[in-house]
Design a protein around this ligand. Structure first.
Ligand code: B12
Ligand code: SF4
Length: 477
């Protein structure tokens, strides 16, 4: 049957749905995060053909239900593991209380479509730039689905139309004005301008879901498109009611330097076009041996490299097939620092070779190597990854909302409770009151502000981790 599609609403589920609180100004992830770039981009693409299209993100606002209940299509997207439960709750609610077709997409539901089809009408697999319009046109015409990348239930039977190739051309700039309340929040220092400039990574670490979702072939946006996105993002964030404390932008690519020539062209264009802001970027340790790249980064206004260090033990690198050694990482950090850039460390705690005391070892590693900020994530196995297949009997549970840094598996040499305590110890030692005072006196302006913000952010993470301790006590070896 043909469908008349008048109104489409995109919704990004929040792991912790937005609540109005003063904390939103100060504490990172206390109910506030940057709306998902991916879903914002899909909203922009769909808006070109369907005028009444708009996006809500529970990262920055409540969903005004009155505006959603009469939509013809509700797209629940950028579903990662940590917000999957909320996505399912919303899907169930809208299926029950509206006449809309509910479409779901994003990394978690792509890999767990068997689970997700129980909640929405269609699950679109992989990247959505092309498939979302294809599905909408098919629904409009009332035709059967004959293109790859769709999972749905028909008479209770699961239909999957096969895997879909990722789009080659990934140019496209999200129109941030299509997200409800986004512009009203841009002065919050807890949300950051973000640009995602490339997709895919040539490596193949066992625990990485990204490489399964975006593939191993590196695809880059054109330099012009990236530069224009950076410009628009900065303009958007700096046109708020109040000034931001920091001018900064986060290039969120998982491995920005995977295509070296392209990365250099982007950096050169930032310099040539006179774009001035404090950039940060994610990278593997190898960039630390590339003096030419580090010089360019410095000249382009980068203040830090956020390095996916993950482990501080060579055995863990081998266990999870991450091509690195601790010595190489230390050398890389020193060289990056020699070029006047700081290093942020992204770590995984709870690898199979970790023992009690790993929290202290991690904190010592961070402090000794003068790593300025950290994200610590407990090891987790998500469907679609080799570690999941090998370890699924070691999951504590499948309450996806807890897959947000908290311990969710049985570690090899400790109890889950002990591992969580190691995490808390590391966080508190790295962000101690003494180190805060030191940072406020001796660090430069950016790192003073960042340390202050991260001090409170890590305190809030520790509060959450502590809340889980009684439940974790029930899981013994
Ligand atoms: C920026 C970022 C953040 C930001 C903002 C998140 C955001 N909303 O954008 C912040 C800092 C808040 C954040 C926090 C966290 N993050 Co984060 N983050 C990222 C990062 C680096 C980039 C996101 C991005 O812009 N991707 C690019 C866009 C283009 O991709 P996309 O949103 O997935 O959208 C595309 C497709 O998936 C698909 N799609 C999406 N929706 C839909 C819908 C339909 C209908 C269709 C057809 C297609 C479709 O099409 C889109 C366009 O191609 C990703 C890594 C990554 N490469 O994605 C990690 C990532 C999402 N984060 C991750 C994690 C673990 C976290 C934290 C739990 C970390 C922690 N311990 O605190 C927290 C959770 C926060 C919370 N409690 O809610 C993991 C999630 C793993 C998983 N299995 O779910 C990732 C994948 C990193 C990783 N290395 O594994 N994160
Ligand atoms: S290097 Fe990073 S993005 Fe690439 S596969 Fe390993 S963890 Fe994933």
């Amino acid at each position: 049957m043909n469908m008349n599609i008048r109104k489409i609403r995109f919704i990004e589920p929040g792991a912790r749905p937005y609540k109005r609180t003063m904390l939103n100004y100060f504490v990172y992830d206390r109910y506030i995060r940057t709306p998902a770039v991916g879903l914002n981009l899909l909203t922009t693409i769909v808006k070109r053909e369907f005028d009444d299209t708009y996006m809500y993100s529970e990262a920055i606002s409540k969903i005004p239900r009155a505006d959603v209940v009469d939509a013809d299509i509700i797209v629940i997207g950028s579903v990662f593991t940590f917000n999957a439960n909320r996505a399912y709750q919303l899907a169930r609610f809208f299926k029950k209380h509206t006449h809309a077709i509910v479409i779901m997409g994003g990394l978690h539901v792509s890999m767990n479509y068997r689970e997700a089809v129980r909640y929405g009408d269609y699950v679109l697999l992989g990247e959505g730039e092309e498939s979302i319009l294809e599905l909408l046109h098919t629904l409009e015409k009332g035709e059967p689905i004959d293109f790859p990348g769709v999972a749905y239930l028909k008479d209770g039977r699961l239909i999957v139309t096969g895997k879909r190739k990722p789009p080659e051309n990934i140019d496209g700039i999200a129109d941030r004005n299509l997200v409800y309340q986004y512009h009203n929040r841009v002065h919050y220092n807890t949300i950051w301008p973000q640009v995602h400039a490339s997709r895919g990574c040539p490596h193949n670490c066992d625990y990485c879901a990204l490489v399964r979702h975006f593939g191993r072939k590196v695809r880059t946006r054109s330099v012009e498109d990236v530069i224009e996105d950076i410009r628009q993002s900065l303009a958007f964030f700096h046109s708020g009611r109040f000034p931001r404390l920091l001018r900064g932008l986060w290039l969120t690519d998982d491995n920005f330097f995977a295509d070296r020539q392209w990365a250099m062209s982007v950096l050169q264009a930032i310099i040539d076009q006179g774009i001035r802001t404090n950039f940060t970027v994610q990278a593997r340790y190898e960039v630390g041996f590339d003096d030419e790249m580090l010089d360019l980064l410095k000249r382009a206004g980068f203040f830090e490299v956020a390095m996916g260090i993950e482990f501080i033990d060579d055995m863990d690198f081998q266990t999870y097939h991450k091509k690195s050694t601790v010595e190489e990482i230390k050398r890389s950090i020193r060289n990056i620092q020699r070029h006047g850039l700081s290093v942020r460390g992204l770590f995984i705690l709870g690898g199979d070779n970790n023992r009690r005391g790993i929290g202290k070892q991690l904190a010592d590693f961070v402090i000794e190597n003068n790593i300025k900020g950290v994200l610590i994530q407990s090891m987790y196995f998500v469907p679609g990854t080799p570690v999941y297949e090998a370890n699924k009997d070691r999951l504590l549970h499948k309450d996806w909302s807890k897959y947000n840094g908290c311990v969710v598996h049985y570690p090899q040499n400790m109890t889950p409770y002990e591992l969580q305590m190691e995490h808390i110890y590391a966080s508190k030692k790295i962000y101690s009151g003494k180190r805060l005072i030191h940072a406020l006196i001796f660090e430069d302006w950016i790192h003073k502000i960042l340390f202050l913000g991260e001090f409170f952010w890590h305190r809030s993470i520790c509060l959450d981790l502590e809340k889980e301790l009684p439940a974790l006590k029930n899981y013994t070896l």
